[in-house]
Design a binder for this molecule. Structure first.
Ligand code: HPA
Length: 273
C-alpha cells in the first residue's frame, strides 16, 4: 500500500500554503462539464502543472485547474479536470484530488462524470443520480490502494452514497424542475469505449450507466471518512444501444448542450447542503 500523504507531501504543503479559504465541499467536474468553474465566484485558480508531481491531464475537455471558489455562503474546492486510469496512471495517482480535498478540510465530495447510457430508458442529455457503483473491473487495484485493516474501516465503504448528499441532489432537482434518473454506474478502464457485447452483459447485470472514472474516487473518499454523492450526465447511448458510433466528440457536444441544466442542479445542491 502506497503512503499517499508521504508521496505527495510537497504538493500538499504547497497547495495548503496557497489556499485563500477553507473549503468544505469538493467538486470534481467530468468531461465537458468544466465550465461550471466559471459560473461561481472564484478567488484563486491553481494550474495543476504548477504543483510538484501532479499528473498531467491529457484529455480534451479536461483543463487542469484547482479552483478555490464561493457560491452563496459555501466555500468550494473545484477540480476542473481529473486523472484517469486510461492515461496510464496508477489508481493511487487517480485519487489525488480526493486526497487534496481531505487535506484541505473538505467534508463533502460531489463527483460528476460523463457516461454512456446502458439503461434503454436513458437518453443523451439525461442526468443520473448514482445510487450504487460497480467496482468489479478494478477490485485488485482498489484492494492495493486501500489496505484496510479493521472491520470499521471496511464498513465505512458501505456508506455510498451519503443519504444527506443524495437527499440534497433530489431536492435540488425537484425545486429546479430537472428530471433526474437514478441508477448504478460501472467503471470500465478504457481507453477504448466498450463493445456491444460488453454493454449487453452490463445491461443484463443491472447496470444503468458506464464510464471511466468516479468509482475509485468515491471509494477512496469514503475510506477517508468523507460524505460522497455522484451524478452522471448521460452523453451518449452506450455501445450497441443505438446504431450510432461512439465518439469523444459526441460526449463533449452533449455535455455542451446540457451544461446549463447541470449547472443549475449543482448550484442548487450546494445551496441546500
Ligand atoms: N463508455 C465509457 N465511458 C464513457 C462513455 C461510454 O459510453 N460515455 C462517456 N464516457
Amino acid at each position: 500500500m502506497v503512503n499517499l500523504t508521504e508521496k505527495y507531501r510537497p504538493l500538499l504543503e504547497q497547495i495548503k500554503s496557497e489556499a485563500p479559504l477553507k473549503p468544505k465541499i469538493a467538486l470534481i467536474l467530468g468531461s465537458g462539464l468544466g465550465d461550471f468553474a466559471e459560473k461561481v465566484n472564484t478567488l484563486k485558480s491553481i494550474p495543476t502543472d504548477s504543483l510538484p508531481s501532479y499528473p498531467k491531464s491529457t484529455v480534451e475537455g479536461h483543463k487542469g485547474y484547482i479552483h478555490f471558489s464561493k457560491y452563496t455562503d459555501k466555500e468550494l474546492l473545484i477540480f476542473q479536470g481529473r486523472i484517469h486510469i486510461y492515461e496510464g496512471y496508477p489508481l493511487s495517482d487517480c485519487v489525488l484530488p480526493v486526497l487534496i480535498a481531505k487535506e484541505l478540510g473538505c467534508e463533502v465530495v460531489i463527483l460528476t462524470n460523463a457516461a454512456g447510457g446502458v439503461n434503454p430508458n436513458f437518453s443523451p442529455g439525461d442526468l443520473m443520480l448514482i445510487l450504487d457503483v460497480n467496482s468489479i473491473n478494478i477490485k485488485k487495484e482498489i484492494t492495493n490502494l486501500l489496505g484496510l485493516a479493521t472491520i470499521e474501516e471496511r464498513n465505512k465503504l458501505l456508506d455510498f452514497p451519503s443519504s444527506q448528499i443524495t437527499g440534497a441532489i433530489r431536492e435540488a432537482a425537484l425545486s429546479e424542475k430537472i428530471p433526474l434518473k437514478e441508477g448504478t454506474y460501472i467503471l470500465t478502464k478504457g481507453p477504448s469505449y466498450e463493445s456491444a457485447a460488453e454493454i449487453k452483459m452490463y445491461s443484463n447485470f443491472g447496470i444503468d450507466a458506464v464510464g471511466m472514472s468516479t468509482v475509485h474516487e468515491a471509494i477512496f473518499a469514503m475510506k477517508l471518512g468523507m460524505k460522497v454523492g455522484a451524478i452522471s450526465l448521460i452523453t451518449n447511448y452506450a455501445a450497441g444501444i443505438s446504431s450510432q458510433k461512439l465518439s469523444h466528440q459526441e460526449v463533449i457536444e452533449t455535455a455542451e448542450k446540457s451544461k446549463s441544466m447541470f449547472e443549475r442542479l449543482i448550484k442548487k445542491t450546494i445551496s441546500i447542503l
